[in-house]
Design a protein around this ligand. Structure first.
Ligand code: ZN
Length: 683
C-alpha cells in the first residue's frame, strides 16, 4: 500500500491524553512531554543564522542518543513513554482474572515473548521443520511452491505479492506482483563500490555465516552459504528499480493478464505460485517492475537449485531470528542494530515484546489503548483543526498566480473529496481465528503473520476497503494514501508535544497543525498530484500548469540536495533532494497552511507574548521543537539511502528559510542563512 507518512519509524507507539490510570501497575511511566519547551532553546544561538540550533540546541546537548537507540528525538520520547503505558495494559491483560477474548490474546502473545526460558529450551526446534521443507526441494517447481508457502506465512523471499487499489480504478483492489527478495535495506548496498558499501557487504557476509552456524551448519559450510546468499541477492538487486525512480507511480503502472506475465517470465512458474500462495483466483494484475521478472527469469536458470535453497534457508532463518534464542537475537542485533544503525545496546526485552505485540496484533492492543487514553472528544477536537487547515489550503490554491482557473477547479474538487480518518477505525479487526499459545512465541508470530497475509489477500478483486487503517492507533505518526485520497491521524499523535488541550493555538498549530497541513499537501506533491479526486492515476493538470509545478518542485529538489546530512571520518553525505522531494514539499506546504490557519483564527493583532515569545514565534518554535533530535552517524547514513524524509535539522531549517512569515517573526533579513536567496515554494 502506498502511503506517504509523516516520518518513518518501523514501529511507533505512544502515550495518552488523560492518564486516568492510578493503579500501582503504572510503574515508571515517564511524565507527559511538554508541548512548548523553553528549556530546549539555545539562547546563545541566532535564530536567523541556525533556527534549529536556536529551537533545539539545549535539548540536543542534554539528550544524547541513549545506548539502546539509534536516534533520539522528541517523537521518540513520546514513543518511549507509550511503551510504558502499553506494557501496563499488557501486564494487566496477562494477569489472571476475567478478560475479554482479545485482551487475553494480546496478553498471551506478550507473555510468550517474555518467556525466555521456554524459548531457550526450544532452541532451534521452531526452525527445524521449515529448514526440513527447504531441504526437500527437488525441482524448480518445488522452489516456487516453497516461495508461495513462505509468502503465506509472511516470510519475504524472491519477490513481493500484495493487494493494492487499481491505479486506474481505485474503487477496485487488485493483485500486485513486484520486485523484492533482498535483505539489506536498499539495492545500493549491493551495487555501490565506495569503501563504506564494500565494508557493509563484508560485515553482512560475516553475519550470514554466523546465522547459518547458529542454525546448525558447520563453519566451512556456513562460510560458503554466506557467499552464495550475497551472490543471489546481488543478482536481485541488479534487477531492481532505483528507489528514487520508483517515486513516479507511472514507473510502477503495468497492468497485465496473468498469462502475459507468466509468459514473459516462464521460469518463475507463476501459475503454480498463484495457485499455491493462498490468494483468490484472478486473471489480471499490476506488475510493479516487469523487467525485474524478465531479468530474474534468467537468474532462476543460471543459479543452481542448491544455491536457491541456501537463499531460502537464509530468508527463513532471518525471518525467525528475533523469535528464537538469545544467541539468534543477539547476532541479529549486532548486525542490524549495532553495525547498520549505530545502536550500542539492545533494548530491554519488554520493550521489544511490546513492539512485537503492536506489530502483530496491533488493532487488538490498539483498542485497549484507545479505551484507556483517547478521550471521547478527541475526534471532534481534531476534526475542527483539520477543517481549519483545509480551508487554508483552499485559500492558498485560490491565491496562486501560476495556476490556471481550469486546474484550480480540479484542485478544489480533489481537496473537497479528501476523507479525514481520526484516532482509530470505525470497526475493530477480528483476530479470533489467530491461535495464540502461551508457550510458543515463534509459532504465534508465524500465525499472526499468516492471518495478516490472508486478510490482505482477501482484498484482491474486491471493492477497495477504504476503512482499513494502515497504522495502529498507538502509532505516533500520520499518513496520506493517494489511491484513497485520505488523511489519517492515529490517536497516538493527537497529544503533546503535537497537541495539548491547554496549549495556546500558536503552539498547537505549529505542532499538529503542521502535521495536518503536511498530510494534506501530500495529495498535491510530486506523486500525489498525479492522482485525481477519486484516487485514480489521471492527469488533471493543464500542460502549462504541469510545467509550472515541475519547475517549482525542481527548485525544492535542488535546494535540499545541497544540505549535508552527515559528515564524519568516512566523508560527507548530502541529502537526495529527489528522494525526499515529496516530504520536503509537504513540510514547506504544511508549515505555510498551518500558519495561514492560525492567523485566520487569532488575527494579526499581536497578543501578549507568552514566555517572552509572540504567537508567530511560538508557532515556529513549536514546529522546530517537534524535530529536536540526535542521531548516530550510521543511522543518518542509512536514512539518506532509504528514508524519503529529511533529517530533523533540515525539516526545520529547510522549511523556515523558505518562509517569509518566519523571517518576519524573527526579524531575519536578506543575506542571513535562514533567508534563502532563492526561496523555493511549491504550495
Ligand atoms: Zn509525509
Amino acid at each position: 500500500m502506498m502511503t506517504r507518512v509523516f516520518f518513518v519509524l518501523s514501529v511507533v507507539l505512544t502515550a495518552t491524553f488523560c492518564l486516568a490510570q492510578t493503579s500501582a501497575s503504572s510503574e515508571g511511566v515517564p511524565k507527559e512531554i511538554p508541548s512548548f519547551d523553553v528549556t530546549a532553546i539555545d539562547k546563545t544561538a541566532d535564530p536567523c543564522a541556525d533556527f534549529y540550533q536556536y529551537a533545539c540546541g539545549t535539548w540536543m546537548k542534554n539528550n544524547p542518543v541513549p545506548g539502546d537507540k539509534a536516534r533520539w528525538g522528541r517523537f521518540d520520547e513520546l514513543y518511549e513513554r507509550n511503551l510504558y503505558i502499553l506494557r501496563d495494559l499488557l501486564n494487566e491483560a496477562k494477569a489472571p482474572g476475567k478478560h475479554a477474548a482479545t485482551e487475553t490474546m494480546v496478553g498471551a502473545y506478550y507473555g510468550s515473548c517474555m518467556d525466555e526460558s521456554t524459548i531457550e529450551k526450544k532452541g532451534t526446534a521452531p526452525l527445524a521443520p521449515e529448514l526440513e521443507r527447504i531441504h526437500g526441494i527437488k525441482t524448480k517447481a518445488d522452489l516456487i511452491r516453497q516461495v508461495a508457502y513462505m509468502h503465506r506465512n509472511s516470510t519475504p523471499a524472491l519477490f513481493a505479492f500484495y493487494p493494492q487499489p487499481d491505479l486506474h480504478d481505485s474503487m477496485a483492489t487488485i493483485a500486485v506482483l513486484d520486485q523484492g527478495g533482498i535483505t539489506l535495506p536498499d539495492r545500493d548496498y549491493y551495487l555501490k563500490d565506495d569503501a563504506k558499501s564494500v565494508e557493509t557487504r563484508q560485515k553482512y557476509v560475516e553475519h550470514l555465516q554466523k546465522m547459518f552456524e547458529l542454525a546448525g551448519d558447520k563453519a566451512e559450510v556456513a562460510a560458503a552459504e554466506a557467499k552464495t546468499v550475497l551472490t543471489v541477492e546481488t543478482g536481485l538487486a541488479q534487477s531492481s528499480m532505483d528507489r528514487t525512480v520508483r517515486r513516479d507511480p507511472k514507473t510502477r503502472d503495468h497492468k497485465m493478464t496473468v498469462a502475459e506475465i507468466a509468459g514473459a517470465a516462464p521460469n518463475f512458474d507463476l501459475a503454480v505460485y498463484f495457485a499455491d500462495n493462498g490468494s483468490p483466483k484472478f486473471t489480471s494484475l499490476n506488475v510493479g517492475n516487469p523487467d525485474f521478472f524478465k531479468q530474474v527469469n534468467e537468474q532462476l536458470n543460471s543459479v543452481a537449485l542448491d544455491d536457491w535453497k541456501v537463499y531460502l534457508r537464509w530468508k527463513t532463518i532471518n525471518d525467525y531470528a528475533t523469535t528464537l534464542t538469545k544467541a539468534f537475537v543477539e547476532e541479529d542485533f549486532l548486525f542490524n542494530g549495532k553495525y547498520m544503525s549505530g545502536q550500542q545496546e539492545m533494548e530491554p526485552r519488554w520493550k521489544r515484546c511490546v513492539k512485537a505485540t503492536d506489530a502483530n496484533l496491533g488493532m487488538a492492543l490498539g483498542k485497549l489503548y484507545v479505551d484507556r487514553t483517547f478521550g471521547a472528544d478527541g475526534k471532534e477536537r481534531t476534526l475542527k483543526l483539520v477543517q481549519a487547515i483545509e480551508s487554508a489550503m483552499r485559500q492558498d490554491v485560490g491565491e496562486l498566480t501560476w495556476m490556471s482557473d481550469t486546474t484550480k477547479k480540479k484542485a478544489y474538487e480533489k481537496l473537497d473529496a479528501i476523507v479525514n480518518n481520526i484516532g482509530y477505525p470505525d470497526t475493530w479487526r477480528d483476530y479470533s481465528s489467530v491461535v495464540v499459545k502461551a508457550d510458543d512465541y515463534a509459532g504465534n508470530a508465524v500465525r499472526a503473520g499468516a492471518f495478516e497475509v490472508q486478510r490482505q489477500y482477501k482484498k484482491i478483486d474486491r471493492p477497495t476497503d477504504r476503512k482499513d487503517w494502515g497504522m495502529t492507533p498507538p502509532t505516533v505518526n500520520a499518513y496520506y494514501r493517494p489511491p484513497m485520497n485520505d488523511i489519517n491521524f492515529p490517536a497516538g499523535i493527537l497529544q503533546p508535544p503535537f497537541y495539548g488541550k491547554l496549549m495556546d493555538d500558536a503552539v498547537n498549530f505549529g505542532g499538529i497543525g503542521v502535521v495536518i497541513g503536511h498530510e494534506l499537501t501530500h495529495g498535491f506533491d510530486d506523486q500525489g498530484r498525479k492522482y485525481d479526486a477519486e484516487g485514480n492515476l489521471r492527469d488533471w493538470w493543464t500542460a502549462d500548469d504541469g510545467k509550472e509545478f515541475e519547475q517549482r518542485a525542481d527548485c525544492t529538489a535542488k535546494e535540499y540536495s545541497g544540505f549535508v546530512s552527515v559528515k564524519d571520518d568516512k566523508g560527507e553525505v548530502k541529502l537526495n533532494g529527489k528522494l525526499t522531494l515529496g516530504e520536503n514539499t509537504a513540510d514547506n506546504g504544511g508549515l505555510k497552511l498551518a500558519y495561514m490557519a492560525l492567523t485566520s483564527i487569532i488575527g494579526n493583532t499581536p497578543a501578549k507574548p507568552i514566555d517572552g515569545y509572540t504567537a508567530a514565534q511560538r508557532f515556529f518554535l513549536s514546529y522546530g521543537q517537534i524535530w529536536c533530535q540526535n542521531v548516530t552517524d550510521q543511522e543518518a547514513r542509512k536514512r539518506v539511502l532509504t528514508d524519503p524524509h529529511s533529517p530533523g535539522r533540515w525539516r526545520v531549517n529547510g522549511a523556515v528559510q523558505n518562509s517569509a512569515a518566519f523571517q518576519q517573526a524573527f526579524g531575519c533579513t536578506a543575506g542571513q542563512p535562514m533567508v534563502a536567496a532563492n526561496a523555493c515554494r511549491v504550495w
